[in-house]
Design a protein around this ligand. Structure first.
Ligand SMILES: *Cc1c(COP(=O)(O)O)cnc(C)c1O
Length: 414
């Protein structure tokens, strides 16, 4: 492993731990449960605290098992540096905690994961102004920018209606204006898409989803891609300006968000996520093929009113998705024709499990308006294109024919 760049995605992920010696020749980075780390020389402890020497101090700020996962995710995103958090939401919250101040302005896609939408509501009540726009067209983003805009935030493929942001043009706009461009890459994952390629400054991944992939551990990550010139950012505290400019952002986020708000990832979860990530490419190849097969079957059936999947030619952003992504992801959503109750349909599925979460090995289905998007109310749902009957499907790695047959027989039965 001398030059990781020349290896493919899975090879790099599998062998990344071995680039540094691991205790006893262990092939997995061991689970280090110690909360603190002792030094024989007290002066060395001081230099670690002062950031003059790398090392661990206290588990909230860093842990060797978590650091090994950070390194893996950082390689997946071709990043400058990555920090892991307890959940994907903690990684998104870190952006607010570390980078925004009262009076700042954020432009966000209005097509958002429900809890991110809710977070923006909270933040909006704390003196930060959030403009929600249709980010499938860069013109809407540009029109919303003000002199106080610090951040533009988008998802790659929006959860659950699968709108695809105008990723490359927004990247160019942010670069021109010196604005931090944050891309939530959860729905594509670094296997299908590297947001760095469209100029993202920061990439968020909910590790809980495709990267961990087995629904057995929560986690989130924030990657600084190295694309942003932090000397253009108004909100860096002087104390972090003692580092080279490239490190200002990540140093401030690690201290002000991870250390001070404390949403740290535990070492056991980090281990599960690292092991899960080894098979991400294999799982996603299968899931993307399954999702396309089931989405195509549903689209061709006249009992189905609409299917939303970027892999379908009918999808408004099919062309841009083909251009940017390796494939179209494991998630799609659809609406049944009037007269078929979405609950009845879901109850007829034998393989699809009614559950939230996505990116799992098992196929999960959920009636969106009645569950994950219930709290926001009908008006906001309508503005996000969420019909009351919308069903979200996170396709798993089951055998393709079994899944196609399951979603078909439920139509017959409902
Ligand atoms: C699930 C999800 C998150 C949040 O991740 P958690 O680990 O559940 O906190 C953020 N963004 C998107 C797009 C998601 O799907």
């Amino acid at each position: 492993m001398t030059d990781p760049k020349k290896y493919g995605f899975t090879t790099t992920t599998l062998h990344s731990d071995r680039q540094k010696a691991i205790e006893h020749g262990s092939l997995h980075k061991p689970i280090h449960t110690s909360v603190t780390f002792g030094y024989k020389d007290a002066r060395e402890l001081a230099t670690v605290f002062q950031g003059k020497q790398p090392g661990y101090r206290y588990g909230r700020q860093g842990n060797p098992t978590v650091a090994a996962l950070e390194d893996k995710v950082n390689k997946m995103e071709d990043g400058f540096a990555t920090i892991c958090f307890a959940t994907g939401m903690a990684a998104i919250a870190a952006v607010v905690q570390a980078l925004l101040r009262k009076g700042d302005h954020v432009v966000s896609s209005s097509f958002l994961f429900g809890n991110t939408n809710s977070l923006w509501q909270t933040v909006g009540g704390q003196g930060i102004d959030i403009a929600m726009v249709d980010a499938t067209d860069v013109k809407n983003v540009e029109a919303a920018i003000t002199p106080a805009t610090r951040i533009v935030f988008v998802e790659t493929i929006a959860n659950p209606r699968t709108q695809v942001a105008d990723l490359a043009r927004i990247g160019k706009l942010c670069a021109d204006r010196g604005i931090v461009y944050i891309v939530d890459n959860t729905m594509t994952s670094p296997y299908l898409f590297q947001p760095k390629s469209v100029g993202a400054s920061i990439v968020i991944n909910a590790l809980t989803k495709s990267i961990g992939g087995h629904g057995n551990a929560l986690g989130g990550s924030l990657t600084d891609t190295g694309m942003y010139d932090w000397s253009r950012f108004a909100n860096i505290f002087d104390t972090y300006k003692r580092y080279p400019t490239a490190q200002w952002g990540i140093a401030q986020i690690r201290a002000k968000a991870l250390r001070d708000f404390g949403g740290s990832l535990g070492p056991e979860a980090a281990h599960h996520l690292a092991v899960g990530s080894e098979t991400m490419a294999l799982r996603l190849d299968r899931e993307c093929a399954n999702a396309l097969a089931v989405a195509q079957m549903l689209e061709a059936d006249d009992r189905v009113a609409a299917v939303y999947y970027p892999g379908l030619k009918s999808h408004p952003q099919h062309a841009i998705s083909t251009e940017l992504f390796r494939s179209y992801g494991s998630l799609f959503s659809f609406e049944l024709k009037e007269g078929i109750d979405c609950f009845d349909y879901l109850n007829r599925l034998k393989l699809g499990i009614s559950a939230s979460n996505l990116g799992d090995t098992r196929t999960l289905v959920i009636p969106v308006a009645h569950t994950i998007f219930y709290e926001m109310g009908a008006e906001r749902r309508a503005s996000m294109g969420i019909a009351e009957s919308l069903i979200r499907v996170s396709i798993g790695i089951e055998d393709t024919d079994d899944l196609v047959e399951d979603f078909r027989q439920a139509l017959d039965a409902a």
